[in-house]
Design a protein around this ligand. Structure first.
Ligand SMILES: [Zn+2]
Length: 54
């Protein structure tokens, strides 16, 4: 469960995931604002999102 960096809605379903360098990346699609964002995990902890939270 990750909060959308744009509107703060919690999104639970990741559409796609992959490994990028030391990170595990998940792509989420926010149903509220209709835009995608990425969540970067490092050692199973959320590191940051792209775009970053305001
Ligand atoms: Zn959103």
């Amino acid at each position: 469960m990750v909060k959308c960096p744009r509107c703060g809605t919690e999104v639970s379903k990741s559409r796609k995931e992959w490994d990028y360098s030391v990170f595990h990346v998940k792509r989420f699609d926010c149903e509220k604002c209709g835009k995608a964002f990425m969540a970067y995990y490092r050692e199973d902890k959320l590191s940051h999102t792209i775009p970053k939270r305001k």
